[in-house]
Design a protein around this ligand. Structure first.
Ligand SMILES: [Zn+2]
Ligand SMILES: [Zn+2]
Length: 427
């Protein structure tokens, strides 16, 4: 079958292109891009005027909650949410129940993703057994089973010697090491950003120093071992000068932020809004600004969702008892688009942060619109406004501060090989 995408704005960071044109797909393979490609009677034509055509997003920070917490999300619903968000590949964090610290769990995830998944799933394995921060997992066996990275996400590997050994061990297997940057001795018991709001609401605060202390230790270990560290979900302005320093020192690292850290401030938690409770916490206006500047400067190269589903029952309780986290797969691209609208990034730079750079972190070839590659792209309507009602959210959980809020930008078509989804959002 032939599929012809007509007159879209074709943006492909793998080739550095941003142009209006036609894209032809035959039997699930990209044939080429040109100003005008004629169709014949066997061609399915999709008009993409005023829309973006881009390779599927690669989200390297997603919690699918499967195995063990399927009431929050499972591999089927999580990957469906991804599909609707234009995310055609997800790397899933290992803090499942049990955690992904054995090849058996990795195989389970891959098998279920094969059977029920809508998009490609890359499992991430634990750094330490049971995420206890003590004993390293068997990186080699986990890699053989299919992991692309190791992380104890949810927890920071607080023992520096263990983390150093993890970096050296990961080096042998060419595995990315992803650090949840939070010194627990500083953040323990913390609920929201430390400062005016934590005082006003009478909640224990999480200081920025918890993040910075963790980042600096990890950068030092990356320098010492020569093995890159990927710094997950950075949120505060105080961390930025250290990234600049690390870059000047040629320390191998990559850094990530999430849309909520450049879209929302701690104000969201007013009224004890548990939907805005997230780890690290939402910070101040000046932090939001600093994160955007860091993206522009290239000090932060990856935007990931940190999609963290929690059920209504878990969130509709006393603030201090509610688990931190918000879903994010379907809001990843709409919120990131604001960086273009506000002039921080051009579309090519933005798509580097969402597609090629995250793929690089986990050492996989990014999806591309180059001729000969497997079709793996989306058509995105950046102008469509809609309300993010619970019915639109494909995740099992609806925990997002954007629930019932107006958003702009929506994925209207997703193509993976010969599979074509025209996404009907009923909006
Ligand atoms: Zn984390
Ligand atoms: Zn996470």
């Amino acid at each position: 079958m032939k599929l012809l995408i007509k007159k879209g704005r074709i943006i492909d960071p793998s080739q550095g292109i941003d142009q209006i044109g036609d894209l032809l797909v035959e039997e699930g393979i990209i044939k080429g891009i040109a100003d005008d490609i004629p169709s014949d009677q066997y061609t399915k034509v999709f008009w993409a005027e005023e829309k973006w055509v881009l390779p599927g997003l690669v989200d390297i920070h997603v919690h699918l909650r499967d195995p063990g917490q399927e009431w929050k999300e499972d591999i089927e619903t999580g990957t469906k949410a991804a599909l609707y968000g234009g995310v055609l590949r997800v790397a899933c964090m290992p803090n499942t129940v049990p955690p992904n610290d054995t090849p058996e769990i990795t195989s389970y995830i891959l098998k279920k993703a094969e059977e029920k998944g809508y998009v490609k799933v890359y499992p991430i394995g634990c750094i330490t057994k049971g995420q206890k921060g003590e004993e390293l997992t068997e990186f080699g066996r986990l890699k053989e089973a299919g992991i692309v990275a190791v992380s104890d996400d949810g927890k920071w590997v607080a023992n520096s010697e263990v983390m150093k050994r993890a970096l050296l061990y990961a080096k042998q297997f060419n595995l990315a090491v992803i650090s949840h940057c939070e010194d627990p001795t500083l953040s323990q018991g913390g609920q929201i950003n430390e400062g005016f709001f934590s005082a006003k609401l009478g909640l224990k605060g999480i200081p920025w120093s918890a993040e910075v202390a963790a980042v600096v230790r990890d950068l030092l270990l990356a320098k010492e071992t020569g093995q890159p560290v990927h710094l997950a979900h950075l949120s505060c302005k105080e961390v930025i000068p250290f990234l600049r320093w690390a870059k000047e020192e040629d320390i191998p690292f990559t850094a990530e932020t999430c849309p909520h850290y450049f879209s929302l401030t701690e104000k969201e938690v007013e009224g004890y809004n548990t939907l805005a409770k997230v780890n690290p916490p939402l910070r101040k206006e000046e932090d939001v600004l600093a994160i955007k500047e860091a993206l522009k400067e290239g000090l932060i190269q990856v935007i990931a969702s940190d999609h963290a589903p929690h059920s209504v029952l878990e969130k509709e309780i006393e603030f201090s008892l509610a688990p931190p986290g918000m879903i994010g797969l379907q809001t990843l691209l709409p919120l990131s688009l604001n960086l273009v609208k506000e002039g921080w990034l051009n579309p090519l730079k933005l798509t580097e942060c969402l597609i090629t750079n995250p793929a690089k972190v986990i050492n996989v070839e990014p999806p591309s619109l180059k001729p000969g590659k497997k079709a793996e792209f989306i058509v995105f309507d950046p102008n469509k406004t809609y309300v993010l009602g619970p019915d639109i959210i494909q995740s099992k959980s609806k925990n997002t501060p954007f629930l019932n809020k107006e958003l702009k930008g929506i994925t209207v078509l997703a193509v993976i090989g010969e599979k074509i989804w025209e996404l009907n959002w009923a909006v």
